[in-house]
Design a protein around this ligand. Sequence first.
Ligand code: M6R
Length: 364
Amino acid sequence: EKGGYEHFMLKEIHEQPRALKDTMLGRLEEERVVLQEVDLTLDQLAQINKVYIVACGTAWHAGLVGKTLIERWAHLPVEVDIASEFRYRSPLVDEHTLVVVVSQSGETADTLAALREAKNRGARVVAVTNVVGSTVSREAHDVIFTWAGPEIAVASTKAYTTQLEGMVLLGLYLAQVKGTLLSDKIGGIINALKRIPAQVQEILDQESLIKELAKSFVKVEDAFFIGRSLDWAVAMEGSLKLKEISYIHAEAYAAGELKHGTLALITEDTPVIALATQRDVFDKTVSNVKEVKARDAKVIGLTYKGNTSLVKSVDHVIYIPETLDELAPILTVIPLQLLSYYVSVARGCDVDKPRNLAKSVTVE
Ligand code: M6R
């Protein structure tokens, strides 16, 4: 059942090129996206003045990426909320709000409660979920299914990358209906998206390099993930993966925020993983990398192949294939998933069933 892999997590990491392909199947025309289960007209969208994305854990991290994409492409203000916070804070949601709930299982208690709360307040609810027939998929007005297939390992991998793809599709869809992106721009993004599954495979083919790198994490107690913009969102996911399955304390920081306190924790014993793909803030991220290097941290950088400058400021670079910055999260997370996996194995942890955690959190 593990298809020859030692753990479900590794199998699921390797299924991502297929899962990403399946999730785009039938949804991409040359310069248009087609979302059959979403039916928002221009008139309806014109009434929407705000978007909330609500989810838990890894799905919330996907929502953080969704925020930037929807704001950038569809020009709608977006708030991203953790479901257990959203449901109890009387959010300013009404019939002019679009609420997007993201949930692999479609059964997470807090996410479901947030969905119901949003509906009670008159919001239109779009769900991004992986399970057909799940409660979330039945109760939302519109659904974007991710076609990751069953995810067994507690640590989410292929569900996350397909959720990111769901965010791309939704962002493009909203922009298309609102007319905020020209069709040739949409066409360019679609072309780049179509290349993603093969690019994920390219990273997976470099697995042995990450496995080697993981050895240096066996005795680590604290690690930091830093980045700006979309890199920061992925840093959070990388940090959660490492905590969840290897029990190493990890924190994700907006790179520019480090010197407001956290920099005090950086020593030669704290590896820093610096995500540096986003071109508009690349130089700023490099300055932050220099700050941690000055505290003797060991820095692993992550950037596009072809970027020859990062290597000068870090100890080791992981390269990902070049893509649009908006799509980079789907690629940057892959080495981070592999790193957590191999660190977890090397530390003798129970990779697929980490302590204290359940796959689906159906109690609040
Ligand atoms: O099924 P859901 O997407 O609603 O689950 C949400 C979180 O419980 C889940 O993503 C959790 O954070 C993962 N174990 C992270 O790997």
